[in-house]
Design a protein around this ligand. Sequence first.
Ligand code: ZN
Length: 301
Amino acid sequence: MGQGECLLCGAVAVLQDSHVLPAFVFRALKEHSATGHIRSSESPNRRVQDGVTQPWLCVGCESSFSRWERDFSNNILRPWRDGVVETAYDDWLLKFCVSVSWRVLKYCKGRNESASYTDTQEKLFVDAERVWREFLLGLRSHPGEFCQQFLISDLIDETTISDLPSNINRFLMGAVSMDIVGSERSAFTWAKMGRFQIFGVVQPGRDKFEGTKVHVKHGVLRPGRFVVPAGLLDLYKEKSAHISEAMAGMSDVQFAKVDAALRSNLERASDSGQLAAMRADAALFGEGVLLRRKRRTDSTE
Ligand SMILES: [Zn+2]
């Protein structure tokens, strides 16, 4: 840990190694995965013990983030995991969501060299970063147009969409990802932490979210009908296909280890969320989707 300027409050201080995505996400997934370990979906041969960290924040700012993460963990993550599907929240939820979106923006913006943005979007990214930072520091009472959309996934047991990816339940319930997503007319930060997703609105676009906005003071989360932009389905398809390809490319040695760990701990596996998601995918698409595609050898056919 070195001395530097805190990215949030600007104070010169000893900077803490802060998680870009909250550490509890990785702890909870580990507790809940069938093998007790989680793997990075980008590179499934490597176990992810913890997420990526950056030396960004002073002790004071880091402890604010930790407090909002603890509130989220105690009041939403655990109850939903334990089957409670109606939970109330206070002002900490918006703080938590903005803190995640702000970190995703800081981490992801500029990291993908193939991504390009319009001049309007570049300006909006700067504005959103400032507004979110000021909100986190208590300098403004709400993030205004740069609002937060929060989604909790559940298992899909039937669908009218014909071309859903066959790992859609495992993707929606389990995958961890972050990115900046959108089009020429829309831009969002996106944090996917297992079944919980936060979209930080930078440029809203034409298709709107309905019923998913995080309120400033308080609200209730419960199952219901929500409207999300149509483009999200394409995002999910792209990301889940990427995971399928990565899994198919997993080395035989690594695959054998996962398989052995699963077999040696059947009790844990039987009530894990991961197994429920696998069963739901099998119910939707048939048992075949759970089988790993045989890797092609280089021999001629
Ligand atoms: Zn600070």
